[in-house]
Write a protein that binds this ligand. Structure first.
Ligand SMILES: C[S@@+](CC[C@H](N)C(=O)[O-])C[C@H]1O[C@@H](n2cnc3c(N)ncnc32)[C@H](O)[C@@H]1O
Length: 452
């Protein structure tokens, strides 16, 4: 704690403040004697009585004890676990305020980390504000001999028990079925006491179909009985037992045992029929996926040769391939590349090469040999490897279409590309309503003075 803050701010002391801005997690920001105070679950314009719970060198964190002046944008959260569970941060805001926060968050990140002061388009709204997610991964716990499905509490590894998750398309029937199966078959949560227990319950849903994956260290017996319970609710049920012997943050292990069904779930969209297994990445919000992919497609011309880097299960690569000359997809997860290859084959797409490998190694080679003039980047939260960006700067493709799920790493990467590219468009998409996360599309065009 700095001497300055120590003198100004008192821990456990009450203050009355006005919320003037938002932080990157959607928490309100107030100032006390010039010191930034983060106030979770508050809204800009509100006057609140707070108590300081953490005081650091450059900021403090507070808890609301009383709302003195309530924002008209405040609404009742739908979820009974809201604020105990770390999954959502914005359920206390109406949807218009959530979209406003996300647009400003992208704008602030690009200004702070990339020096970008140009326009940001409005954040594209999701058709569903709740029940939009097509995938969940819930940790399984046990207390007093009772197994439960949970979510992590904010910034912790402790679990809060949940019966459902309101941002999921369908969680309650799957959780109910799992708990009934576990209780009837003496199945426990993984622990030192029960090393053969369940670690995670993962599911992917699609209206009539469900793909459920039970993650454990050792094979779980009688899982077909879980399938029988689920079959009462879903037309088609796929069940996998995934074996994860590692003790780290990665949810899935390398080995899958298919208990029932195909081990993957079928989707029918974009005039494509395709299957996705539990290891492959798929955008979680179907409506926003359509809006985002259509915006990307709008940037592609019939003569283009495109590299789709970080291509997941290959859905975007395939729809781009239907519109242009050739596409090279690059993806590191082998199961996702298997899905992408089947998708191309089953839908008669012949101008798509799916490459399994690290973009940092594969993209520099492909861009040299392919004459690609457009590159789509859709990396994980940590953004692009420096070698990917260096190869783009060297090869100078005409256009870069950057899809990002983290505005700060997007800004860092745009700053690196700024010498050669100008930003033609920045548009946020609300892939994750009720949470502080946001997806952003950035369109970069090669500067006139750069030659390739
Ligand atoms: C945000 S997802 C995008 C997937 C795809 N574009 C889509 O819309 O479904 C990022 C993908 O990058 C993959 N990935 C992560 N690191 C990678 C790397 N170094 N090289 C290639 N792919 C990588 C992940 O497995 C994941 O499928």
């Amino acid at each position: 704690m700095s001497i300055k803050n120590q003198n100004i701010l008192q821990k456990n002391q009450k203050y009355t403040v006005e919320i003037v801005d938002y932080g990157s997690n959607g928490e309100g920001v107030a100032k006390i004697e010039g010191v930034t105070v983060f106030v979770p679950f508050s809204i800009v314009g509100e006057k609140v009585e707070i108590i300081l719970i953490v005081i650091k060198k450059d900021f403090a964190i507070a808890k609301i004890v009383n709302i003195i002046q309530r924002s008209p944008n405040r609404v009742d959260p739908k979820c009974q676990y809201y604020s105990k569970c770390g999954g959502c941060q914005l359920q206390h805001m109406n949807y218009a305020e959530q979209l406003k926060f996300k647009q400003k968050y992208v704008q602030n990140s690009l200004k702070k980390f990339a020096g970008y002061v140009g326009g940001i388009e409005q954040c594209e709204a999701s058709a569903s504000e709740y029940a939009y997610r097509n995938k969940f991964s819930f940790p399984v716990g046990e207390a007093d001999g009772k197994i439960f499905v949970g979510m992590y509490r904010p910034a912790s590894h402790n679990l809060v028990e949940i019966e459902e998750c309101v941002i999921q398309e369908d969680s309650k029937p799957i959780i109910d079925a799992f708990l009934r199966f576990a209780n009837e078959n003496d199945v426990h949560a993984f622990s030192d006491q029960h090393p053969d227990g369940v670690k995670h319950l993962v599911a992917r849903t699609n209206k009539n179909e469900v793909l459920v994956c039970v993650v454990s260290v050792k094979k779980i017996r009688n899982l077909h009985k879980f399938a029988v319970i689920l079959q009462k609710k879903y037309k088609k049920v796929h069940i996998i037992n995934n074996i994860n012997t590692k003790n780290n943050n990665v949810i899935l292990g390398d080995k899958d045992f298919v208990v029932l069904g195909d081990g993957q779930i079928e989707f029918n969209e974009f005039n494509l029929k395709y299957n996705v297994n539990v290891h492959s990445f798929l955008q979680v919000n179907n409506d926003i996926k359509h809006k985002l992919y259509n915006s990307v497609l709008g940037e592609i011309g019939s003569k283009d040769i495109v590299i789709d880097a970080y291509s997941g299960a290959g859905v975007l690569s395939a729809i781009i391939a239907k519109k242009c000359q050739r596409v090279y997809g690059i993806e590191i997860v082998k199961e996702a590349v298997e899905n992408a290859n089947s998708l191309a084959q089953d839908n008669g797409i012949v101008n798509l090469n799916n490459v399994c490998g690290d973009c940092a190694e594969e993209l520099p080679k492909i861009i040299k040999n392919s004459k690609a003039n457009v590159v789509v980047l859709d990396p994980p939260r940590k953004g692009c490897d420096k070698r990917v960006l260096d190869s783009l700067i060297a090869a100078c493709p005409q256009k870069i279409i950057y899809v990002s799920c983290d505005p700060s790493t997007l800004a860092r990467d745009l700053k690196i590309l700024a010498g050669n590219y100008e930003i033609a468009k920045i548009k946020p998409f609300d892939m994750f309503p009720q949470t502080a996360n946001v997806e952003t599309l950035a369109i970069l065009k090669l500067n006139q003075n750069c030659k390739n």
